[in-house]
Design a protein around this ligand. Structure first.
Ligand SMILES: [Zn+2]
Length: 467
C-alpha cells in the first residue's frame, strides 16, 4: 500500500513536472491569439470631391458601392496588441494620417507602431484633407474630420470584439495587374507595358475562431484601384471593393480586409478608361471577382500556421529630395515636363523669397513581426513595384509580406531606374514640394530592413526560394 502510494506520488510528481516543462518549453501556437474585426461605413452622406484623377472637376453624383474603414485587432499570449485599419480611400496627407493614428492611439492606448492605416488608393473615393494649404486642390475638411472619428470607432470596435483566434497565412497569384510605364516617342506615358515589372502576389492572412470558423481574411494586391475611369462620378472601392464583396458572398460571417502592395507603377488591365472613357463601371467587378476567387482558393488550401509573439516596430525614414539651385530651376521651368515645370516654379519662388528647399521627406515605416512565421512590412506612400523585390533581397524572401500605401499617401516613391528614365512616377510629392534624388531606393530599403530587424526578423537567413 505504502509502496503503491509512494509510486503514485512519484508518477504524479513526474506528470506535474512534465506538464510544467511542457508549459515552459511549449512553442507558441497559432491558437494563442485573440482577434477582433469590425467594418464601419465611410460612404459620404452628401456629394464630395473625388480624389485621384486631375481631370475630374465635378463632385460625386452617386454611390456604386459603400466604402469602409475595416479594422483587425490582434492580441498575442503576452497581451501585445495592435490594430490595422484598412480604408477604401485614395490618398492620405501626412497630417491627416497622423491625426487619425493619434485619435486611434488615444482611444485604444496603443503606441504608434501598433496602429497602422492601410489605404486602398481607390480613385472613386473622397478627397481627404484637413487644410486647403496642404497641396490638395479641393479640401474636404468636414468629411475628413468625420472620417477620423469613424476610423477610430472601427479600431475601438475591433478591440472590443477581441476573442480567441487562430491565424494562418498563404499566398496566391492574380493576373490583372499591369505595369503602366509605357515607352513611346513622346516619352513614358501612363499606359500599358507588358514588359514592365509588377508584383502579382496575393498574400492572404486567415483569421479563424478558436473552433475553426472563418472570421476574417486580410488579403493584398499591388495594383492601383483605378479600374473606374475619371468619367465615373460614383463612390466605389474599385476592384478591391468588389473583391471584398465576392469574399463576403462566399463567407457571409467573415469580414474581409484589403491591404495595398507596392503598386505605384501598376494599373489594372483592362480599365474602363481604356475602352473609350465610358463613365459606367464595367471592369472593376470583373477584376474584383478574379481577386476574390483567388483569395477564396487560397483559403481552401493548407495554410501555414502563424504564431506569436507579435512585435511591432516603427522608424521614420528621411528620404532624400533634390535641392536644385536657382539656375537649374530656371531651366526646368522652361524645359521640364508638364509635371516638373509647376513644381520647379514653386521651388524657384521659394528660393527667391529667401526660403530653403526641403532636403528630405519624412516617411514612417512599420513592421509587424509574427513570431518566426511572418513579417509584414508596411511601407508608406506610393511605392513602386521594384521595392517588393528590394525588400525581399534585403531581409530574405521567406515568410514576407510587403505592403505599401500605409499611414500616409503623399507621393510616388520611385526606384533609381525610374528616376533615370523619368515618367509619372518620378514626379515626386503631390502633397508637398520636391522630387526624390537617386539615394531614395537604398535609404527606404535600408530603413525597411532595419525596422524588420528591430521587430525581430532574422534578416540574414535567406532560405532558398520557397516562401
Ligand atoms: Zn497613384
Amino acid at each position: 500500500m505504502n509502496r503503491f502510494r509512494s509510486r503514485s506520488t512519484f508518477i504524479a510528481f513526474v506528470a506535474i513536472t512534465s506538464i510544467a516543462m511542457l508549459v515552459s518549453i511549449a512553442p507558441a501556437q497559432e491558437s494563442d491569439w485573440s482577434a477582433g474585426l469590425s467594418a464601419v461605413k465611410i460612404t459620404p452622406e452628401r456629394p464630395v470631391p473625388l480624389a485621384g484623377y486631375a481631370a475630374r472637376i465635378k463632385p460625386s453624383e452617386s454611390v456604386d458601392q459603400d466604402i469602409y474603414a475595416t479594422a483587425l485587432a490582434l492580441k498575442d499570449a503576452q497581451d501585445h496588441r495592435a490594430v490595422l485599419v484598412t480604408l477604401d480611400l485614395c490618398t492620405m496627407p501626412a497630417n491627416v494620417g497622423r491625426a487619425m493614428r493619434d485619435r486611434i492611439m488615444e482611444k485604444t492606448r496603443l503606441d504608434s507602431a501598433h496602429v497602422v492605416l492601410s489605404v486602398s488608393h481607390s480613385h472613386s473615393a473622397p478627397v481627404v484633407s484637413l487644410a486647403s494649404s496642404d497641396g490638395t486642390p479641393t479640401p474636404n475638411i468636414e468629411y475628413t474630420k468625420w472620417l477620423i472619428e469613424r476610423a477610430s470607432e472601427a479600431a475601438e470596435q475591433a478591440i472590443a470584439k477581441l476573442a480567441p483566434a487562430k491565424l494562418s497565412w498563404g499566398w496566391g497569384v492574380a493576373d490583372f495587374v499591369m505595369n503602366r510605364r509605357q515607352f513611346t516617342d513622346r516619352g513614358i506615358i501612363l499606359g500599358v507595358n507588358p514588359l514592365g515589372s509588377v508584383d502579382r502576389t496575393v498574400p492572404v492572412l486567415r483569421i479563424d475562431s478558436a473552433d475553426g470558423k472563418l472570421r476574417g481574411v486580410l488579403f493584398g494586391y499591388a495594383c492601383h484601384n483605378t479600374t473606374n475611369s475619371s468619367r465615373s462620378l460614383a463612390v466605389s472601392g474599385d476592384y478591391a471593393g468588389y473583391a471584398k464583396v465576392y469574399v463576403r458572398q462566399q463567407f457571409p460571417d467573415a469580414i474581409p480586409l484589403f491591404m495595398m502592395g507596392c503598386g505605384g507603377d501598376a494599373n489594372p488591365y483592362p480599365r474602363d478608361g481604356d475602352q473609350g472613357s465610358q463613365p459606367n463601371v464595367k471592369y472593376a467587378p470583373i477584376h474584383g471577382e478574379e481577386l476574390g476567387k483567388e483569395v477564396c482558393r487560397v483559403l481552401g488550401t493548407k495554410l501555414q500556421p502563424v504564431r506569436g509573439p507579435l512585435n511591432c516596430a516603427e522608424e521614420t525614414s528621411q528620404l532624400p529630395l533634390e535641392t536644385p539651385d536657382e539656375t537649374a530651376l530656371e531651366k526646368l521651368t522652361k524645359t521640364g515636363d508638364s509635371l516638373i515645370k509647376p513644381m520647379a516654379q514653386q521651388m524657384l519662388d521659394m528660393l527667391k523669397r529667401g526660403q530653403t528647399l526641403n532636403k528630405s521627406h519624412a516617411a514612417p515605416v512599420c513592421v509587424w513581426q509574427f513570431g518566426k512565421d511572418l513579417t509584414v512590412v508596411q511601407l508608406p506612400d506610393e511605392v513602386v513595384s521594384g521595392y517588393a523585390r528590394d525588400v525581399a533581397d534585403a531581409v530574405g524572401p521567406l515568410r514576407l509580406w510587403v505592403a505599401a500605401y500605409c499611414n500616409q499617401v503623399t507621393g510616388y516613391i520611385p526606384t533609381r531606374t525610374i528616376l533615370r528614365e523619368g515618367g509619372y512616377e518620378s514626379r515626386g510629392l503631390y502633397d508637398g514640394i520636391g522630387w526624390f534624388s537617386a539615394g531614395v531606393e537604398e535609404m527606404l530599403t535600408n530603413v525597411a530592413r532595419d525596422t524588420a530587424i528591430k521587430a525581430g526578423r532574422d534578416a540574414y537567413k535567406s532560405e532558398g526560394t520557397k516562401r
